[in-house]
Structure formats: structure tokens, C-alpha cells
Design a protein around this ligand. Structure first.
Ligand code: SF4
Length: 244
């Protein structure tokens, strides 16, 4: 399977303790089955601690602490699991964040989400239009007709992005992130409208210069919409209109 990503993708590094908005707080962190088995087998004081932090009520998850912080996040906003056992022990959701994937026939596209401030810095600060690079695979690709059509439409949307700079990078990100999901739900027109409205909302009143300000606006939007299925559905279906 060929794997593609924007060219800034390999430069991404989580800034961990330096991050102002840790992603290890404010949402339920579910634990996949393989990780759960590994955690349940951990011994020693840390094994005891991690096992006390897990609930298997419903989907297995970490029991959040004060201010909905992950119980393994220490006072310096560093993950104790990484510090003590290494990144390889992260559960799927933590290892993946802030990445998303689009699955086409014979090709997977990966991207970084604007919900992460460091990803936002890379995405919006990129000095050129979105460029995909192949990270893995050298297989012949033969997309079915409907996927070819969607790919063509996406190229057209990329080409029609007005201007340059961070505002253009934002529009490209939204197209890259959201249009391919029409492969599953067929909601091409709704997604195109959503992408346009989302960009207009995030950019409304922005001075065109202050990149950290735009990164923060995009981060908030992503947090409230891209990671909340109900909010995203409300936007897609037009029930929720963009803020003025
Ligand atoms: S938001 Fe990004 S930079 Fe911050 S802790 Fe999460 S992955 Fe790391």
C-alpha cells in the first residue's frame, strides 16, 4: 500500500512539556485491546499505578484526573508512560494523535491535524502550496472511476484556492482533511460547503499577518469541530451556521 503525506509531515515532533495546549487533557483517552493487555501485564510500582488508572467500564479508558488531565501526565506536562517505558508502549490513540488518515483504493494519505499547535505551526507556516510526498510503497495505483473523479475534483479545489500564505495553507488543509471522507459518505457538495465556511469562519477578522493568532484560531476550531462528531455533523448538514 502506498502511503502519502504532506511534505512537512516528517518534520513533526511533539513538543511535549513545551506545548501550551497538551492534547493529554480534556477528552476521554480510550485504550485499544493490545495496549490494554500489555498494561495489565506490567509489574512493579509503575505497573501498579497504570493499572489503577484504567477503567474497563464501557470502552477501556484512562480515568481522567483534575481538569480532565490524563492520570499519566506529570506536573511538567510530560507523559510518565513514555518517560518510564518508552513511546513504543503508547496506546494506539496516543501514538496516532494528532494524525488523521484518508483511505483510497491502493493508497493511504496521512496528515497532521490543526488541533495540535505544533502541527498548526508547520501546516500554516509552510512556504508553498500543499505538496504530497510518498513515504512508503511503490505499487501501481489504479483508482476506481469514482475515486479518480474525487481526486480530480480535489486537485481542482486546490488550484482554485485564492491568494498565498497561511490563509491559503488553511484552505488546503481543510480540503485535504475533509474532502476524501466523501469516499465513505458521498457528501461531496456538503463537504465543499463545509470547507469554505470553516475557512471563512477561522479567517474572519484575522489581520493577515499574525501567524500564532491564526494557529490558535484554527486549533480552537479543530478542537471544537473536527474532534466532535456531533458538531461536525451539525456543520456538514448546515444545521449549525458559522459564527460571524
Ligand atoms: S498538542 Fe501536539 S505538541 Fe502538544 S502535546 Fe499534543 S501532540 Fe504534542
Amino acid at each position: 500500500m502506498n502511503l502519502y503525506a504532506p511534505d512537512y509531515y516528517p518534520d513533526f515532533r511533539c513538543t511535549a512539556g513545551k506545548c501550551r495546549h497538551t492534547c493529554c487533557a480534556g477528552w476521554e483517552i480510550d485504550i485499544d485491546g493490545d495496549s490494554l493487555k500489555r498494561y495489565r501485564r506490567m509489574r512493579g510500582p509503575f505497573g501498579k499505578k497504570i493499572n489503577q488508572c484504567i477503567s474497563e467500564e464501557g470502552t477501556p479508558h484512562f480515568i481522567l484526573g483534575e481538569e480532565e488531565r490524563c492520570p499519566l501526565l506529570n506536573g511538567e506536562n510530560l507523559c510518565e508512560l513514555i518517560l518510564r517505558r518508552g513511546e513504543k508502549e503508547l496506546c494506539q490513540i496516543c501514538a496516532d494523535h494528532p494524525r488523521f488518515r484518508n483511505y483510497w483504493t491502493g493508497r493511504t494519505e496521512i496528515g497532521l491535524g490543526l488541533v495540535c499547535e505544533e502541527a498548526g505551526r508547520l501546516i500554516l507556516g509552510s512556504g508553498h502550496p500543499l505538496r504530497l510526498i510518498r513515504l512508503e510503497g511503490d505499487e501501481e495505483e489504479e483508482l476506481p472511476e469514482d475515486e479518480k473523479e474525487l481526486m480530480r475534483l480535489r486537485e481542482e479545489l486546490f488550484r482554485s484556492v485564492p491568494g498565498s500564505g497561511p490563509a491559503a495553507r488553511l484552505r488546503e488543509y481543510l480540503i485535504y482533511r475533509h474532502l476524501a471522507d466523501a469516499l465513505y459518505d458521498g457528501r461531496v457538495e456538503e463537504r465543499i460547503r463545509f470547507v469554505r465556511e470553516a475557512a471563512e469562519e477561522i479567517l474572519a477578522g484575522w489581520d493577515g499577518q499574525d501567524l500564532p493568532e491564526l494557529t490558535e484560531r484554527a486549533r480552537r476550531f479543530s478542537d471544537e469541530t473536527e474532534y466532535d462528531d456531533e458538531a461536525l455533523e451539525a456543520r456538514l448538514s448546515g444545521q449549525k451556521k458559522p459564527h460571524a
